[in-house]
Every structure is written in C-alpha cells, then in structure tokens.
Design a protein around this ligand. Sequence first.
Ligand SMILES: [Mg+2]
Length: 180
Amino acid sequence: MKKKYNSLSKLMTPDFMFEHYYDITPEFLLSQGIEALLIDIDNTLAPYEQDVPDEKIISWFDSLKSAGIRSALISNNHPPRVELFNTPLGLPAYADSGKPGKKTLLIAMKEMGSTFDNTAGLGDQLFTDTLAVHKLGMPSLIVPPIKDKTTLFFRSKRFLERPFIKKYKKTHADSTRTVS
Ligand SMILES: [Mg+2]
C-alpha cells in the first residue's frame, strides 16, 4: 500500500479535494473504505480565532459517529488550543503533533483501533497534512484553508502547493468533487 505514494509528486498530491469539511459525508467515506479520520483543526474545521466548535462542526462529528466512523484531532497547534476546541467533542486529540512527522498519527490510530487500510487524513495543508498520511500509505482529503494567513511564510507555502493542486485537478477533471 505504501508504494502508492512513491514519488514527491504522489506524496504531495491529495487524493480527494472538497470545498468544505462538511461536504465530506459518511457515505462517501465508507464508499472509499474509510472508517477512521485523522483531522486537522486550524483552517480545516475552523479559523485560528474560533476557539470552540460551532453547531455545524458538532453535528458533522455526530454524523460520522453515527455511521461508525472514528475521528481524532491531530493538530500542530499548542495544547490549550486543542484542549479547548475538543472540550465539547471529547475526541482523541493531539496537540504539537509534529506533522508531517508520522509519530502522532500512529499513536492516534492505535487509540482509535484503526489500521493503514481503513484510515485517512483530512487537512488544509499539503506540506503537513497530506505528506504525513501519505508517508503511511493512507489517503489524504484536503479542503482549501478557511481563512488563510497572509504572512509571507504562508503565502510562499501556498505558492509551492500550487503544482500539486493543479495535478489533482487535472487528474480529477471529471469528478464532481473537484474544487473549482
Ligand atoms: Mg491546518
């Protein structure tokens, strides 16, 4: 399975792109054999300044849970941010996760009892979120950042992501899931 992402281009190109996290349905996940999700917080579920989940986020997690899909929060942000955000959700949650490192992902998978064959990642950044799960041979779901930081560092990262987003769009030109 790991051989699937055996080049830089494959490591960096997401498998699925959605406009919003809530466009990802339990039906879609199950149709892809995905029963567990490793989920980024910042700019994937909520902007940096939103410190607690809104109703939409809570009901999306409820829908996953009802379908038997397990979730864990995997954030590179610090513990206070992650703990506060997770309070109403009560999920396995990991701060300072060190993505694109894979160590925290493996710990979370162990806690969820999921495997390389039924786990995927959801995030907004190719260099951290996509790369981390692809290194483990698992699929990456990506949404555009909810509210991008406009610092030079972040703008440079987005610029470097562009060829891989382009590649995704080219490969999935016929897909209704493609972000326009
Ligand atoms: Mg993020």
